[in-house]
Design a protein around this ligand. Structure first.
Ligand code: PLP
Length: 414
């Protein structure tokens, strides 16, 4: 059983036992999707079974569903160190970034400002706003994101009086840099712009307090560092910004009271940004994963351990001749990006998968590999992974000695 008070080694063993896929390889891609807790999978299966056996149509299910949704909001709110009324459920980060971006009543010539390190989940709605409404989109070149003064000077110059929105990641998905959101938000607010933050690589990975960093809207996924199911996400909205963020989607879930005669009173909380239905097992799954993280694992322990292991990975990788680290080490969270001279990212990932069963990803936009380091990883895994990178870096794909992989049943091992 996992508990916040076990000694480190026992706790890591218990945590890994509770996250079965951490045994499937060196799990280094939570930035795409995290390992699902066994407990979450069981809770989701139980709801799915129940639905299968008794159906999804009984009226008693309505209040039950609202209860489960409230639990999920509360579980996310606890991780975002926020009040439950600030949180709405969504289906993804991208949903949240769209809700935030469309929170502005755009007029041709209005400006939106973003960084050069954004994910398509945040860029998508900005491009649509530009192409559809003639929004003037400024993309600030922030390099690797590790030079705050450069980043701030860029945003300072780009945020004009016509700027209605500043849209930025808390942690850049490509270089892993933690962007100076609080100081950018100060600039944005001083000029009347709304601040929408992509929290896909921060929520659950590091301490996050959207209010304290000046976000008006903060979008998070369920499936990454919160270790929840796919198809779920959440949106945090600053209480003072609720009326300012225009609503774009609305439906049964958006209103406290709604009728067919012209009356719809939106919720006075962030719930007004919920519009349509959710997959009930996944709502329960998100709540369970967040609860498991905060109550059984312990957020402080998870953040501290993940930060230490990620930093150690970055240090080990940076010390390997032939490896170029993209991640600014003085300003990183849990993502580490790098290139290996002589290897394409695809070739390297393939080989690392074969040699040490590493589960990571390539980053085509920056021609690099990325690892996501979690609290559930071990020092031994990080050493094994970095050892394999060193072996690759000492060779090329042509000169690398063949690895004696495990022979697969039914295959000619020769
Ligand atoms: C920074 C960032 N934003 C958005 C996304 C998209 O997340 P989602 O699938 O929850 O929309 C990702 C990950 O894929 C990401 O890394």
């Amino acid at each position: 059983m996992v508990s916040p008070f076990l000694p480190e080694a026992e706790k890591v063993t218990a945590v890994r036992e509770a996250l079965p896929s951490t045994a499937a390889g060196i799990y280094l891609n939570t930035g795409t999707a995290g390992p699902l807790p066994r407990e979450t999978a069981a809770a989701m299966a139980e709801v799915a079974e129940w639905e299968l056996a008794t159906g999804r149509a009984h009226v008693a299910l309505f209040p039950e569903t609202f209860e489960r949704m409230a639990e999920a909001r509360a579980a996310v709110a606890a991780i975002l160190t926020s009040d439950i009324d600030t949180v709405a459920l969504t289906h993804s980060t991208t949903d949240g970034m769209n809700i935030g971006t469309w929170g502005v009543d755009w007029r041709a010539g209005d400006r939106a400002v973003t960084s050069s390190l954004e994910h398509p989940g945040g860029l998508g709605p900005l491009y649509v706003a530009r192409d559809r409404f003639g929004v003037d989109l400024a993309i600030v070149d922030v390099g690797d994101g590790g030079d705050d003064e450069r980043t701030l000077a860029g945003f300072d110059a780009a945020i004009t009086p016509r700027t209605r929105l500043v849209s930025i990641s808390h942690v850049a998905w490509s270089t892993g840099a933690v962007l100076p959101v609080a100081r950018i938000a100060e600039l944005a607010h001083a000029r009347g712009a709304l601040v929408v933050v992509d929290g896909a690589q921060s929520a659950g990975a590091m301490p996050v307090d959207p209010g304290a960093i000046g976000a008006d809207v903060y979008a998070v996924p369920g499936q990454k560092w919160l270790l929840g199911p796919e198809g779920m996400g959440a949106l945090w909205v600053r209480p003072g910004a609720l009326e300012r963020v225009e609503r774009t989607f609305a439906g049964y879930f958006s209103f406290e009271t709604v009728d067919g005669r012209g009356t719809g009173v939106p919720w006075s909380s962030a719930r007004r940004f919920e519009a349509t239905n959710y997959h009930r097992p996944s709502v329960v799954g998100l709540a369970r994963s967040c609860g498991w993280l905060s109550m059984y694992v312990g957020l402080d322990w998870a953040y501290t351990r993940a930060a230490r292991l990620a930093r150690r990975s970055a240090d080990l990788l940076a010390a390997i001749p032939g490896v170029e680290l993209l991640t600014p080490r003085h300003q990183m969270a849990t993502l580490v990006s790098f290139r290996i001279a002589g290897w394409t990212p695809d070739q390297a990932l393939d080989e690392l998968g074969r040699r040490v069963f590493a589960i990571a990803r390539t980053l085509p936009p920056v021609n690099a590999l990325r690892i996501s380091v979690g609290f559930f990883n071990t020092d031994e895994e990080i050493e094994r992974f970095c050892g394999a990178v060193a072996e690759l870096a000492a060779h090329t794909p042509e000169t690398l000695p063949p690895h004696r992989g495990l022979p697969l049943l039914g295959q000619d091992a020769g």
